[in-house]
Write a protein that binds this ligand. Structure first.
Ligand SMILES: Cc1cc2nc3c(=O)[nH]c(=O)nc-3n(C[C@H](O)[C@H](O)[C@H](O)COP(=O)(O)OP(=O)(O)OC[C@H]3O[C@@H](n4cnc5c(N)ncnc54)[C@H](O)[C@@H]3O)c2cc1C
Length: 381
């Protein structure tokens, strides 16, 4: 498998890098400190076509291959982990699932405005009592003529406070007794929809994460995504795609940690030398760089498999597992290189450390990625 980028991919990466450096990075610390949603940045990303990366052109999008999307997400994450996750959920979970499973009517209704960035999309599977065990969700959906009536609580919804539409999963009874899920496109304006809480998080402060309560929430039957009972497939398919995006976010964060550590090591002096002259410090830098490069290759491989329409579930899980654990470790080592200053909010590495911590948790914990990989191994042999 080759990882040579095409001229178009290089141009796109350079465009994203330029925008991220000039228009995102300088604002990230302040947005995080004020817990402010990056509205203006998202508006500009919409203008650049980067919110329509997974929207077919007939619905106003500017579709690009998965590897190109990875390159963009990596650059965004280097500048702001929060902006990256907002875009990743919108593009890889919301737009992707709608474009893949939506009816013509649903696509026409939501995709053009999602591609422009007029509405932001969210994806709500998790509930207060069901995260990794997604089939244990309890939110119900009962059909009443032309509507479904939804009742339940959804937790940890990225973009939930700012979304114009949310792909939301409910439990569905099935005559066979086996649990199934349904997926709906739900708007915050639907009767019975309430955003009940915004989480106080360790990091990603400018990416609000919401809890949603549904009390006899009325959803038009035409907003059912896919067929009844197809929600599980939609969720798993979406997560396969988005895990490659979270791997890209992880690489971006690890790369930024490395750059911060190298810069600091070259300027800080101890015992009459730059700390970069100490082999112990050099080894930390070398380890971060090597693991980040390995994570990048795994992630590009998963994206390439996806682009060539080959199975990539296990490879996406491997990329997500390795890249997220790499970012967590890179942030820790980069902070170590900074000594006491790394523990100060004045240095970006403190924020990177907090932001990186969630990567091994959301969109499937590291333990769940290992289960996915092991399941594939045991099935194959
Ligand atoms: C900032 C943030 C944003 C999020 N955004 C979204 C979003 O937009 N949409 C959404 O639907 N969800 C979102 N989530 C939820 C996230 O996907 C879940 O937190 C994650 O899937 C883990 O679920 P849980 O928190 O319920 O942990 P649990 O499932 O309770 O797991 C707790 C621990 O048990 C381990 N564990 C559980 N089952 C097993 C098993 N079978 N084998 C081994 N170990 C196991 C886990 O790995 C973990 O270590 C978000 C979470 C966060 C923190």
């Amino acid at each position: 498998m080759h990882f040579e980028l095409t001229e178009e991919q290089i141009l796109l990466r350079n465009m994203a890098r330029d925008f991220a450096r000039k228009d995102i990075a300088p604002h990230d610390a302040e947005l995080e400190e004020r817990e402010e949603f990056p509205k203006e940045i998202l508006r500009r990303l919409g203008e650049l076509g980067l919110l329509g990366m997974n929207v077919p052109s007939e619905f106003g999008g500017q579709p690009i291959d998965s590897l190109s999307q990875i390159l963009v997400l990596e650059e965004l994450a280097k500048a702001s982990a929060a902006v990256c996750v907002i875009v990743s959920v919108h593009v890889s979970l919301f737009c992707h699932a709608l474009a893949r499973f939506g009816t013509e009517e649903l696509k026409k209704k939501y995709l053009p405005s999602a591609a422009r960035g007029d509405i932001l999309g969210a994806f709500s599977l998790t509930e207060p009592n069901a995260g990794s065990d997604a089939m244990a969700i309890r939110t119900s959906a009962v059909r009443r003529k032309d509507t479904f009536i939804l009742n339940g609580r959804k937790a940890w919804v990225t973009n939930g406070r700012n979304a114009g539409a949310i792909i939301l999963f409910t439990a569905a009874a099935h005559p066979s007794g086996r649990r199934r899920l349904n997926a709906f496109v739900v708007e915050p304006g639907f009767p019975g929809f309430k955003m009940s809480k915004v989480e106080k998080k360790m990091g990603l402060h400018s990416s609000p994460t919401a809890e949603i309560t549904l009390e006899d929430c009325e959803v038009p039957a035409s907003n059912l995504l896919g067929a009844e009972g197809q929600g599980g497939t939609i969720a798993l398919n979406g997560l396969d795609h988005s895990r490659v995006g979270i791997a890209a976010q992880s690489i971006g964060l690890a790369q930024r940690a490395l750059e911060e550590a190298v810069r600091y090591a070259k300027q800080r002096e101890a015992f009459g030398k730059k700390i970069a002259d100490f082999q112990a410090v050099q080894f930390m830098l070398a380890d971060i760089a090597t693991r980040t490069e390995a994570a990048r290759l795994l992630t590009y491989r998963a994206a390439r498999l996806k682009d060539s329409d080959r199975p990539f579930t296990a490879e996406a899980a491997m990329a997500k597992l390795f890249a997220s654990e790499t970012a967590k470790q890179a942030a820790d080592q980069a902070l170590q290189v900074h000594g006491g200053y790394g523990y100060s909010r004045e240095y970006a590495v403190e924020r990177i450390y907090r932001d990186a911590r969630v990567l091994t948790i959301y969109e499937g914990t590291s333990e769940i990625q290992r289960l996915v990989i092991a399941r594939h191994l045991l099935k194959e042999t």
